[in-house]
Design a protein around this ligand. Structure first.
Ligand SMILES: Nc1ncnc2c1ncn2[C@@H]1O[C@H](COP(=O)(O)OP(=O)(O)OP(=O)(O)O)[C@@H](O)[C@H]1O
Ligand SMILES: [Mg+2]
Length: 252
């Protein structure tokens, strides 16, 4: 990896300078963290799976006209993306009550919502990514009203796409988080779906058994995380045949 300049190392990915201006390389690590990095582990093969799955979802979104930062996958752990200015919000869409919303509002996990709920969290690890309203977002200048209209529309389109893709393979999309980036084209800016879409950032439940196939397996110690993600990849036809992801010799 010495050939590229490292821009940033986060909990799940490393960003390197890309080969062309305006591009960056995302390297997907095997590190898993939860509860604002209080719980940590290394899960063999997780980075390979998330790289593939994020490629799969972002490519599908691009194909239906939902703009994303994704350009191309480079290898098993890396993808080339457009460099963006990330809006400091985690945009969460919920179809079924779970996680922090269930806790906060006392709504039983698994309750189907009558309509998707979109929530915004301020991206700040030191503050624990607090829930914010559009009033905060406007008052502190994190995004304009036009941005918020575009973000809501992107979030709902991603929700419809992801819900359908998952439904087709017997998985319920309970909720997910996306990040939105600004890309500049001359005098214009537009918003694109950035960061990653993977089982790290979604809640995915098997429709028949209710089995969790997402990062809650790690958060709640429910079993082997790589096995759960491999199952999602297998159902979507994403992992090429005979490609073991847990064998260290095949990684990198
Ligand atoms: N296209 C992009 N251009 C610029 N930055 C991006 C792009 N896509 C994702 N990022 C940023 O790259 C980082 C990815 O690293 P990772 O997911 O490991 O971060 P993290 O530990 O979750 O930290 P953070 O709190 O910053 O999200 C995130 O900060 C994310 O916002
Ligand atoms: Mg992240």
């Amino acid at each position: 990896m010495a050939r590229r300049k490292k821009i940033y190392e986060g909990k799940a990915k490393v960003l390197y300078e890309g080969p062309r201006p305006g591009t960056i390389v995302q390297y997907f690590k095997d590190d898993a963290t939860a509860f604002n990095a209080e719980k940590k582990d290394v899960i063999d093969g997780k980075g390979v799976l998330n790289n593939r799955l994020s490629e799969f979802f972002m490519t599908g979104l691009n194909q239906i006209g939902v703009p994303t930062h994704f350009i191309e996958r480079i290898n098993m752990r890396e993808q080339l993306v457009r460099s963006c200015e990330i809006i400091p919000l985690e945009v969460v869409v919920r179809n079924v009550a779970a996680g922090s919303m269930s806790k906060r509002l006392g709504i039983e996990e698994g309750t189907q919502l009558s309509r998707p709920i979109v929530e915004y969290y301020y991206k700040d690890d030191a503050l624990g990514d607090p829930l914010v309203t559009e009033e905060h977002i406007a008052a502190f200048g994190w995004a304009s009203q036009q941005d918020m209209d575009d973000i809501l529309s992107l979030a709902l389109r991603v929700n419809d796409f992801m819900s359908g893709v998952m439904l087709a393979v017997g998985i319920k999309l309970v909720d997910f988080k996306i990040e939105i980036g600004r890309v500049f084209e001359g005098d214009f800016q537009r918003l694109v779906v950035a960061d990653e879409i993977s089982p790290d950032s979604c809640r995915l439940w098997d429709m028949e058994t209710g089995q969790k196939l997402d990062k809650d397996v790690f958060r709640r110690d429910l079993g082997n995380l790589a096995d759960a993600y491999t199952e999602v990849a297998r159902r979507l036809g994403v992992m090429p045949k005979n490609q073991g992801v847990t064998k260290p010799t095949l990684i990198n």
